[in-house]
Design a protein around this ligand. Structure first.
Ligand SMILES: CC(C)(COP(=O)(O)OP(=O)(O)OC[C@H]1O[C@@H](n2cnc3c(N)ncnc32)[C@H](O)[C@@H]1OP(=O)(O)O)[C@@H](O)C(=O)NCCC(=O)NCCS
Length: 142
């Protein structure tokens, strides 16, 4: 198992979602299923999109998705979501996923995936809704 010894976990940011990778989420190789990780990333991205939109959002596109390293059972999975761009109704969010693995009393970290996901603010009828104005400091702790 190749893993960085250096602690690259982003300590200066707040993870949007954290979860322990469980045996129930494995693929036939015994590693964590990529579709499960994508679902966690979509949820994490939607958290910041909902906060910005102040209402419901819908995922409209995943414009990039990269799996850099495998995720293993027992990994502590942290998704860091940050808004990249805001349009009239759409919010583009970069989601980066880091794992932490407990070994001999240490937590070793590694970046495993990243994606760019676009959400659209929607109204009660599921139609695009104009986003509210937000100040430049909005979401600065993401
Ligand atoms: C999301 C949805 C309401 C948008 O409706 P729409 O009529 O396609 O909306 P529009 O064409 O007016 O586009 C709305 C915004 O999304 C952006 N957008 C739409 N499709 C896009 C795509 N494929 N890639 C990037 N941006 C896209 C537009 O640029 C626009 O952004 P802006 O308002 O900031 O300029 C509609 O596409 C939908 O319901 N899709 C299904 C969503 C869903 O079920 N998601 C869950 C998947 S399991």
């Amino acid at each position: 198992m190749a893993i960085e010894q250096e602690d690259i976990f982003p300590r200066d940011r707040q993870p949007t979602a954290r979860i322990l990778a469980m045996p129930a989420h494995t693929n036939p190789n015994g590693n964590i299923f990529g579709g499960w990780i994508m679902a966690q990333m979509d949820v994490a991205g939607s958290v910041v999109a909902v906060e910005y939109a102040g209402g419901r959002v819908s995922t409209v596109a995943v414009t990039s998705m990269e799996f850099h390293k495998p995720v293993f059972v027992g990994d502590l999975v942290s998704c860091f979501a940050r808004i990249q761009k805001v349009g009239k109704t759409s919010i583009t969010v970069k989601v980066e996923v880091f794992v932490q693995r407990a070994r001999d009393g240490q937590l070793l970290s590694d970046q495993v995936t990243e994606a760019v996901i676009i959400y659209v603010a929607i109204d009660d009828h599921g139609k695009p809704r104009q986003l509210p104005e937000r100040g430049p400091d909005f979401g600065r702790y993401w």
